[in-house]
Write a protein that binds this ligand. Structure first.
Ligand SMILES: [Zn+2]
Length: 416
């Protein structure tokens, strides 16, 4: 085991929502073992002291809507979604490392393009063989053309009958995924009017829910239409994405289950389509046709209301497209602050503490007993969340008590 590490001379954002406080944090093994506030000092016997130079120390971030197998990243634009499986898996592993590089020590997958990519990757990362975030692995994002949600080969009739759905859920759980992703509704981005097209009947959704409970696996879904959200809530889906057209009744249902359910709007993709995709052939008219303009507008009404109701809303924005690459994930925080009525502190709580609840792991907070997923930030993200988009402002990334990126001690130390 490494010697314990003491982060001294830091301002701590602990994930709870309380303001930054000057303090010290000690890591023993893979866990945080002591946190001191103000003038209090932690015992320095047998520790390596890392002087943070007054920087901010915060929990590693959690990406709530990760698509590590969506190929494009800040390091590499790849125009095809599909590629030969061997290369695709390696690109997925590269994206895991990039996600961690940018301060995301956990990722909750919203769907994979390779059937067992994420199970294999998660296990390699957990074993310490490859760099990447803690991963909640997902099933496929969608199946063959025309039938989304259940891929050919898993549904014997390929027409989404109930026995086929049960078989699919069981097979996915046995493959080792943590979560199965379904498209409860289609999407404007897939076809005009798609957001209102329901992909599963109430009976089918209930069967999926029951099969998942029996198999002990979580359910996540893409849900645009209000009825898709309601169907997901009634069927026991744990993570409900987008919720763009949620009406009062849908919001009431989410609120009634707010201790079980997580929501994530995934605005990053919509924002990119509206403002940053011109060079990729998506101008204003195309952004409108894909529903990005209307979708973002609707979200500015839905998400402040969700926050007011205490529904857990998490950042994470469909990163992995050429114009919305993996590595830009922290941009969601800026959108939460600018458009969804979150204070910077609230956005940070969402990406840390609430993220830890989503992961269902001891992560997302700086407190004794938590796993040591820790970032050192050059600046105060509780005043300006955009700092987190620049990885050069994150001089240290620690995951599970080990530095993924170790700070240069003499670069950190201050003159006083
Ligand atoms: Zn997605």
């Amino acid at each position: 085991m490494n010697r314990p590490i003491l982060f001294s001379n830091v301002n701590v954002f602990d994930g709870s929502g309380q303001a930054l406080f000057p303090g010290e944090v000690r890591v023993v093994g893979n866990r945080i073992d002591a946190v001191a506030m103000g003038a209090e000092r932690i015992d320095r016997t047998d520790v390596d002291i890392l002087d943070g130079g007054g920087r901010t120390l915060m929990p590693g971030m959690v990406e709530a809507h990760a698509h590590l197998s969506w190929p494009s990243s800040v390091e590499r634009v790849i125009n095809a979604m599909k590629m030969p499986a061997e290369e695709h898996l390696l690109v997925t592993a590269q994206n895991a490392r990039i996600t961690l590089d940018h301060g995301f020590t956990s990722a909750y997958s919203a769907g994979s393009l390779g059937e067992r990519f994420e199970v294999a990757l998660r296990d390699m990362i957990d074993a310490g063989f490859m760099p990447g975030p803690r991963l909640r692995a997902s099933s496929l994002e969608k199946g063959s053309e025309g039938v989304m949600g259940v891929p050919e080969g898993h549904d014997p009739t390929h027409d989404r009958d109930i026995p086929g759905l049960r078989t699919y859920v069981k097979a996915m759980a046995e493959s080792g995924v943590d979560s199965i992703k379904f498209l409860m509704s289609s999407d404007e981005g897939f076809a005009p009017g798609g957001a209102q097209v329901l992909m599963y009947t109430e009976e089918e959704a209930q069967a999926i829910g029951q099969a998942a409970r029996e198999a002990g696996v979580w359910l996540a879904c893409h849900a645009q239409a209000a009825e898709a959200v309601k169907r997901a809530v009634r069927s026991g889906f744990r993570c409900i994405y987008h919720c763009t057209y949620a009406d009062e009744e849908a919001l009431d249902m989410l609120e009634a289950k707010k201790h079980e359910v997580f929501c994530a709007p995934a605005p990053g993709l919509l924002y990119a389509r509206c403002h940053e995709a011109q060079d990729f052939g998506i101008g204003q008219a195309e952004a409108e046709r894909m529903g990005a303009v209307a979708g973002l507008e609707l979200m500015t009404k839905v998400y402040p209301d969700m926050k007011r109701r205490g529904i857990r809303v998490l950042p994470g924005g469909d990163y992995g497209f050429p114009y919305n690459p993996v590595g830009r994930n922290a941009r969601d925080l800026e959108i939460f602050v600018q458009s969804f009525g979150f204070t910077p502190l609230e956005a940070l709580v969402a990406v840390t503490k609430l993220g830890g609840e989503l992961m269902d792991m001891d992560v997302g907070q700086i407190k004794g007993g938590m796993l040591a997923d820790i970032l050192l930030i050059d600046g105060d993200p509780t005043a300006d969340v955009t700092i987190l988009q620049d990885k050069t402002r994150i001089p240290a990334v620690m995951k599970d008590g080990q530095f993924h990126r170790a700070p240069l001690q003499n670069a950190l130390a201050t003159s006083h």
